[in-house]
Design a protein around this ligand. Structure first.
Ligand code: IVH
Length: 669
C-alpha cells in the first residue's frame, strides 16, 4: 500500500506529465474530465494532509487572491533588445557582417518573433525559482506568482541532466482565440478593450491577483537559454533539450545554411504566419554556435550575433464611400471612414478610424478615393494613405471636418493643444445624455440591473428620462408600457433603481461622470473630502493635495461643479436620498494616525492581503509608495521580502515593522 505521501507524489508526477503532453506537446493522452478528476483527488489529499504542501504542486497553478505588488529584481545578464531590419537587403548585410566577423563556417537559426511580452525564468535544482519581466533591461518585476499559473511553463523540470542553475528566456503570449474571447467578455462588461494580444498578455502578467491570471489562458514559448554550463554549444540543440525538460519550444524553428535559406524562411512565414494561433511580428535570426556568439559579442544595446526582421504591417486598398462623425459620452467627435468591404488579416473591414481633423487634412482625402487600410496590431484599423494615381477625373468632394454637431446642431469647439473636436452641448446633445445615463447605471457605478443601451434609448425617446435624476421619477406603469417590456422586467428595473439608494458615496462620485474621474480617483476624492459639499467647494490646492490627484483632474472637478446644471443635478440626487457622504461607520474607520508617513509594503502577509494593507495605510492618512527611498518612513514587511528591497532598506536605515506592529500602530491590535 502506498503511503499518503507516496500517493501525493505519484499524482503530482502523473498530472505534470499530462500537463506537459497537453500544453507543451499538444498531444493529450487523457480526457479533460479524467484530468480534472486527478487534480481534484490531489487537491483533496493535499487539503487533508497540509504537512505535504509544496509550492511546486500542480494544484498551485490556480493562483491566489492575495494581492502582490511586484518586487524589482536585477537581471543577472541584462535583457537586451534586437536590432531591427525591414528589408532582405538589411538581412543580407547582417549575414555579411557575421561572415566577415567570424571568417569560418557558421549556421544561422531562424525563429519566429513572437509578439507578446518577454520573460526571464530562473531554475535552480530543476525548480522554477523566479520569473522576471524585462523591465528596463537591467531590472524587472518579479512576477513569479503569476507565471506559475501558466500551464506550459514547468514548475519542476522533467528528466535529470539539467544544469544546477540556469536562466531561460521567452515570450509570454495570449493566443488569438483567448484574446478575442477576453475582449468579448470585456465589451459585455463595458470594460476597456485590449488593443492587441501583446497588450493583453503584458496587462495580464502585471495583474495583482494571480487567481485572475490563472483564468486568462496565457501561453509561453522559450527561445534563449543562458548560464555557465549549458548542455550544448549549439543554441538550437539547447532548445531541443529544453523541450525534453518540459519547456514549450517553437516547432517552426529552422537551421539555415545559407542566406538563401534565410530568405526562403522569410518568404514562407510572411504568408503562413497568418494561420498561426498566436501573434508574430517578424523573424529572429541567431548565430547557432554559442562560441561564435561570444566571439561576435554585443553592441551597447543588442547582440551582434542576432537580428530581427520585421514583417510589413498588413495593408489593403479599398474605396472610401463616405465619412460619418460620431459623438461619444464626453462630446468628443470621432470621424469614421465607411469603406467598400475588404479582407484584412483574417477579418472583413468596412469602417476605419480617421482619428481627427488634422489626420483628414494631412491625407487630403476625397470621397471615392482608393485608400490604404492597415491593422497595425490595433483592433480598429486605420487609414494610412491614399492611392492618388487611382484618382479619376470625376473625383468626389474633399472630406471636410464638420463644423456643427450632427446630433444637435451645436457649433463644435476645439480645446487648445488638443486634437479632438467636442460638442459643448452637454445637457442637450442626445448621445452625450444617453452616454451619461449608461455610465451612471453601469455595474461599477450605481449598478442598476435590467437597463441596457436599448432601454436607455427607449426611455430617452419617450421623454421619460432626460437626465440621470429622472431615473428616480420612473414608475413601473410607464416602463411596462414601453415596447418589449413586461410588468416583471419593469418591476426589476424599479427594484434596481430603489436599491441604488444604498450605493456608497465613492461610487456616486464615480457615477456622476466627471471627466477623468475613474473608479480609483473617485474613491480617493470621496475618502479625502467625505461629503459632496466639501468636494463641490474644494479649491484646486485642496484637490491637488490628495494623493494621485494632479492638475488635469483637479481642473476637471472644478469645471464640473462650476457648471450650474451639474450643481442642480447634485441637488436633485440629494433630494432623492442618494448617499452623498461617507457613512459615520466608514468615517470612524479613518484617522490621521499615519499622517505624513510614507510606507512601503513588501512580502506576503497572514492577516490581510497587500491591497487591504494599502487601503489601511490610506484610511489612516498615510501614503503607500512602491519603492524604498530616503523619504520612506517604514517598510511594512511580511514573509519573503524581496532581496533588493531588503538591501536598499538596510542601506538607507529605514525602519522595518511587521504586520502586528503595524496593526498596533493603527489601533487594530
Ligand atoms: S532573442 C539577445 N528570440 O523580441 C536575444 N527574441 O527585440 C534576445 N522576441 O525582447 C531575444 N521572439 O521579447 C528572441 N524568437 C525570439 C523572439 C524574441 C520574440 C522578442 C523578445 C525580445 C524582442 C527583441
Amino acid at each position: 500500500m502506498d503511503s499518503v505521501k507516496d500517493t501525493i507524489e505519484r499524482l503530482r508526477n502523473e498530472i505534470n506529465t499530462h500537463n506537459y503532453n497537453y500544453y507543451v506537446c499538444n498531444n493529450p493522452t487523457i480526457s479533460d474530465k479524467e484530468f480534472d478528476d486527478l487534480l481534484a483527488e490531489l487537491q483533496r489529499l493535499e487539503d487533508a494532509n497540509p504537512q505535504y504542501f509544496s509550492p511546486l504542486s500542480p494544484t498551485q497553478r490556480v493562483g491566489s487572491d492575495i494581492s502582490e505588488s511586484f518586487t524589482q529584481v536585477e537581471h543577472k545578464y541584462p535583457m537586451l533588445s534586437l536590432g531591427n531590419t525591414y528589408t532582405i537587403g538589411e538581412v543580407e548585410a547582417f549575414y555579411n557582417r557575421v561572415s566577415q566577423g567570424l571568417n569560418e563556417h557558421f549556421e544561422i537559426i531562424a525563429e519566429l518573433k513572437y509578439d507578446g511580452t518577454s520573460i526571464s525564468l530562473t531554475y535552480e535544482n530543476g525548480e522554477l525559482v523566479r520569473a522576471v519581466t524585462r523591465g528596463d533591461g537591467t531590472k524587472g518585476d518579479d512576477v513569479t506568482a503569476n507565471v506559475k499559473t501558466i500551464r506550459s511553463i514547468p514548475l519542476q523540470l522533467r528528466g535529470e541532466n539539467y544544469p544546477q542553475s540556469f536562466e531561460i528566456r521567452g515570450e509570454i503570449l495570449m493566443p488569438w482565440a483567448v484574446f478575442e474571447k477576453l475582449n468579448n467578455e470585456r465589451a459585455a462588461q463595458e470594460e476597456p478593450l485590449f488593443a492587441n494580444p501583446r497588450n493583453a498578455a503584458s496587462g495580464t502578467l502585471k495583474l495583482q491577483n494571480s487567481a485572475i491570471v490563472a483564468k486568462r489562458g496565457l501561453d509561453a514559448y522559450l527561445y534563449y537559454m543562458l548560464g555557465e554550463d549549458l548542455p550544448s554549444d549549439n543554441h538550437f540543440e539547447n532548445l531541443s533539450i529544453a523541450n525534453k525538460w518540459g519547456f514549450k519550444i517553437s516547432p517552426d524553428t529552422k537551421v539555415c545554411h545559407s542566406l538563401q535559406d534565410m530568405i526562403d524562411y522569410i518568404n514562407y512565414w510572411d504568408v503562413e504566419r497568418k494561420n498561426l494561433p498566436v501573434a508574430t511580428d517578424g523573424i529572429v535570426f541567431k548565430v547557432a554556435s554559442i562560441r561564435q556568439q561570444k566571439a561576435l559579442g554585443y553592441t551597447a544595446k543588442s547582440p551582434r550575433w542576432a537580428i530581427a526582421y520585421k514583417f510589413q504591417a498588413e495593408r489593403a486598398c479599398t474605396r472610401l464611400n463616405s465619412v460619418s462623425f460620431q459623438i461619444g459620452r464626453t462630446g468628443a467627435v470621432t470621424p469614421v471612414a465607411n469603406l467598400d468591404p475588404v479582407q484584412l488579416s483574417g477579418t472583413v473591414v468596412k469602417r476605419a478610424s480617421l482619428h481627427n481633423a488634422d489626420i483628414i487634412e494631412g491625407l487630403d482625402l476625397h470621397i471615392g478615393d482608393m485608400v490604404y487600410v492597415e491593422k497595425g496590431g490595433e483592433i480598429i484599423p486605420k487609414i494610412t494613405g491614399v492611392d492618388t494615381d487611382a484618382r479619376m477625373l470625376l473625383i468626389g468632394d474633399k472630406v471636410r471636418f464638420i463644423k456643427l454637431c450632427p446630433e444637435c446642431g451645436t457649433p463644435l469647439i476645439r480645446f487648445e493643444g488638443e486634437a479632438a473636436h467636442y460638442c459643448p452641448n452637454e445637457t442637450g446633445c442626445p448621445p452625450q445624455i444617453k452616454g451619461r445615463i449608461e455610465h451612471f447605471i453601469s455595474r461599477k457605478a450605481m449598478n442598476i440591473d435590467g437597463i441596457g443601451e436599448e432601454t436607455v434609448d427607449a426611455f430617452y425617446k419617450e421623454g421619460l428620462v432626460k437626465s440621470v435624476a429622472d431615473l428616480y421619477k420612473l414608475n413601473a406603469f410607464d416602463i411596462a408600457n414601453l415596447e418589449r417590456m413586461g410588468e416583471k422586467s419593469a418591476q426589476n428595473i424599479i427594484d434596481g433603481i430603489n436599491n441604488s439608494h444604498n450605493v456608497p458615496f465613492e461610487r456616486v462620485v464615480y457615477a456622476i461622470g466627471i471627466r477623468f474621474v475613474g473608479e480609483t480617483v473617485a474613491k480617493k476624492l470621496a475618502y479625502a473630502f467625505k461629503d459632496i459639499d466639501s468636494l463641490m467647494n474644494a479649491t484646486k490646492e485642496e484637490l491637488i493635495a490628495v494623493d494621485e490627484i494632479g492638475d488635469r483632474i483637479a481642473e476637471s472637478v472644478i469645471k464640473y461643479f462650476a457648471n450650474e446644471s451639474n450643481r442642480s443635478l447634485v441637488e436633485e440626487l440629494r433630494a432623492e436620498g442618494l448617499q452623498l457622504k461617507l457613512s459615520e461607520e466608514r468615517i470612524s474607520m479613518f484617522s490621521d494616525t499615519l499622517k505624513g508617513l510614507s510606507i512601503v509594503i513588501s512580502g506576503t502577509f497572514e492577516k490581510h492581503s497587500r491591497d487591504e494593507y494599502k487601503a489601511l495605510i490610506e484610511q489612516h492618512g498615510g501614503k503607500n509608495t512602491s519603492s524604498v527611498s530616503a523619504k520612506t518612513h517604514y517598510i511594512l514587511a511580511g514573509d519573503n521580502m524581496g532581496p533588493a528591497k531588503l538591501e536598499k532598506t538596510q542601506k538607507l536605515g529605514v525602519k522595518i515593522i511587521n504586520e502586528n506592529e503595524f496593526l498596533e500602530m493603527i489601533g487594530e491590535l
